[in-house]
Design a protein around this ligand. Structure first.
Ligand code: NAD
Length: 448
C-alpha cells in the first residue's frame, strides 16, 4: 500500500502541478478553511484523546497554525523567488542565483502529545515548498488521527496529500519506501530507527525530538513570577510537552521561595482539588501512566509537594515536586509527565556543569536579571533553543528557527526556516555569450 501511494504521489509531483505557486497557495487556503470550518471536529478529537479543554487546544494547536498559514501566504512569493547572490570576479558578467526547488514526496510522522499542531505546523512548510505529502499521525491519539484522515480525504486528492493510519507496523512498511524528505516528531530512540531507514535511500531527515529541558533560577529572579511561568509550562498538558521544563536547578535559598510560589501557582491554575479541575489533563494511556508511576515507586527523592493521589483508573497523576539529587532516577531520561525535580547547586557554574553532563536538550531556560550571567549561560550551554525569564515562549516566534541539537533533534522549521528545510536550494550560474576575451583573461591570470 505504501509503495502504491508513493508511486501515485511521485507521478503527480512529476507533472509539476504541486510546485506551481497557485497550487501551493490554494492548498494553504484549503488547510486554513479546514481549521476554521471544521475546527470543532479536531478540538473534540483532541479532547477525547487527551482530556484537554477545547479552548486550550485552540490556543495551543490551531490558532498558531492559522497564524503560520497567513504568514506563509504573505511571504510565499518572496521566499519562492530566486535569490540573487554576490558575484565573483570571474562571474562579473553572469548571474549567480539560488533557485528554490521543491523536493518531491515527503513523509510526515507525528507524535500524540500535540496531535494537531505537530501535524499542521510541519505540513504548512511542506506544501508551501511545493511537495506532496504522506502523513502518518500517531496511533496513540487515535481520535485526532481519524479526524485528520477524514478531513484531509474530503478536501485533498490522495495523489497530493494523504493520511496513513496505524502504528509501528504501518510506519515500518512506509519507511521501506523512498521519500525525498522525512519529517519526524517523536522520541529519540524511534528517531534512530527513522534515520536508519532513511539512510538506505540517502533521504534527508528532520528530527524533532525531546530531552530533559532544564530551568535555572537565580537568586535575583522574582520567585513568584518565575514560579508562575514554570508551573504553566510544566503542568500544561500534564507535563507531556516536548519543551516542558523537565527539572529546576536553583540555590537552596531560592528553592524554599520557589516551592511556596509553585504551590500557590498550582492552586491558582487548578484549584485545591486538582483531579476535579477541567484544566488539568490526563496521562495519555496506561503504558505511560505505568512508566511514570514505576519511577515514582523507585525514586529516593523526598516529596516537597503532591497535589493529590495517583489514580490509574482516571489516568491521573498529580503535580509532584521532588527534592532531587543528580543521581535520582528521575534525572535519567525525559520525564514527560507532571513530576518536577528540583536540584540545588551553589552557583551558575555548577548549574552549567549539571546541564553539560547530560544530552543536549530541546530547550534551556534561565531566570535572572543579570545580563552578564545570561551571556555566560548562552555561551556555555547547548540546546535547541532558549527562553530567558520564561519557558516555552521561543516556539511562538516564527521568525526564530525551531529545532533540536544532538539527541534533541536535527534540522529546523517554523517560518522561513521551514520553507528552506523542505526546499532544495539549487545553486545556479547563468552565463551569456558575451565577454569571452575578459573571461579568458581572468582564467589565464588565475592559473586555471
Ligand atoms: P514516538 O516516537 O513513540 O511516536 C511518534 C511516531 O513514531 C508515531 O507516529 C508512531 O507511530 C511512530 N513510531 C513509534 N514507534 C515506532 C517504531 N518502532 N518504528 C517506526 N515508527 C514508530 O513519540 P511519541 O511518544 O508520540 O511522542 C513523545 C516524544 O516526542 C517525546 O520525546 C517528546 O519530547 C517528543 N516531541 C518532540 C516535539 C518537538 O517538536 N521537538 C514535539 C512533540 C513531541
Amino acid at each position: 500500500m505504501g509503495a502504491e501511494l508513493v508511486t501515485l504521489q511521485r507521478q503527480y509531483f512529476n507533472t509539476g502541478a504541486p510546485t506551481e505557486l497557485k497550487h501551493r497557495k490554494k492548498a494553504l487556503q484549503t488547510l486554513r478553511k479546514i481549521l476554521t470550518i471544521d475546527v470543532n471536529e479536531i478540538l473534540d478529537a483532541v479532547e477525547a484523546d487527551l482530556r484537554r479543554q477545547k479552548g486550550v487546544t485552540h490556543a495551543l494547536e490551531i490558532a498558531n497554525a492559522i497564524v503560520e498559514i497567513d504568514y506563509y501566504l504573505e511571504h510565499l512569493d518572496e521566499w519562492a523567488a530566486p535569490t540573487y547572490v554576490e558575484k565573483t570576479l570571474t562571474t562579473a558578467l553572469d548571474t549567480p542565483m539560488i533557485v528554490k526547488e521543491s523536493k518531491g514526496v515527503v513523509l510526515l510522522i507525528g507524535p500524540w502529545n500535540y496531535p494537531a499542531s505537530m501535524i499542521l505546523l510541519p505540513l504548512i512548510p511542506i506544501i508551501a515548498a511545493g511537495n506532496t505529502v504522506i502523513i502518518k499521525p500517531s496511533e496513540v491519539a487515535e481520535n485526532t488521527a481519524k479526524v485528520f484522515d477524514r478531513l484531509f480525504t474530503k478536501y485533498f486528492e490522495k495523489r497530493y496529500l494523504s493520511v496513513v493510519l496505524g502504528g509501528v507496523p504501518e510506519t515500518t512498511e512506509l519507511l521501506k519506501e523512498r521519500f525525498d524528505h522525512i519529517m519526524y516528531t517523536g522520541c529519540t530512540p524511534v528517531a534512530k530507527i527513522i534515520m536508519t531507514a532513511a539512510a538506505k535511500n540517502l533521504t534527508p531527515v528532520t528530527l524533532e525530538l525531546g530531552g530533559k529541558c532544564p530551568v535555572v533560577v537565580e537568586d535575583d529572579a522574582p520567585a513568584d513570577i518565575a514560579a508562575k511561568r514554570i508551573a504553566w509550562g510544566k503542568w500544561l498538558n500534564c507535563g507531556q510537552t516536548c519543551l516542558a521544563p523537565d527539572y529546576i536547578i536553583t540555590t537552596p535559598s531560592m528553592k524554599s521561595k520557589l516551592i511556596v510560589a509553585l504551590k500557590s501557582a498550582l492552586t491558582e491554575f487548578y484549584g485545591t482539588d486538582i483531579q476535579k479541575s477541567k484544566d488539568y489533563s490526563r496521562i495519555i494511556n496506561t503504558r505511560h501512566f505505568d512508566r511514570i508511576n514505576s519511577l515514582l515507586e523507585k525514586t529516593k527523592a523526598p516529596i516537597l509537594f503532591k497535589g493529590g493521589e495517583v489514580d490509574r483508573n482516571d489516568l491521573f497523576i498529580p503535580p509532584i515536586i521532588l527534592d532531587a539529587h543528580r543521581s535520582d532516577i528521575f534525572m535519567e531520561d525525559e520525564i514527560f509527565g507532571p513530576i518536577l525535580p528540583i536540584l540545588t547547586v551553589k552557583d551558575l557554574d555548577e548549574a552549567i556543569s549539571v546541564i553539560r553532563s547530560g544530552e543536549k536538550p530541546l530547550a534551556a531556560y534561565y531566570f535572572t536579571k543579570n545580563s552578564g550571567k545570561i551571556d555566560k549561560f548562552l555561551n556555555e550551554t547547548s540546546s535547541g533553543g532558549v527562553t530567558i525569564n520564561d519557558v516555552l515562549m521561543h516556539i511562538t516566534v516564527d521568525t526564530l528557527p525551531f529545532g533540536g541539537i544532538g539527541h534533541s533533534g536535527m534540522g529546523r522549521y517554523r517560518g522561513k526556516f521551514g520553507f528552506e528545510t523542505f526546499s532544495h536550494e539549487k545553486g545556479v550560474l547563468k552565463r551569456g555569450y558575451f565577454g569571452e576575451s575578459l573571461a579568458r583573461f581572468v582564467f589565464k591570470n588565475e592559473n586555471f
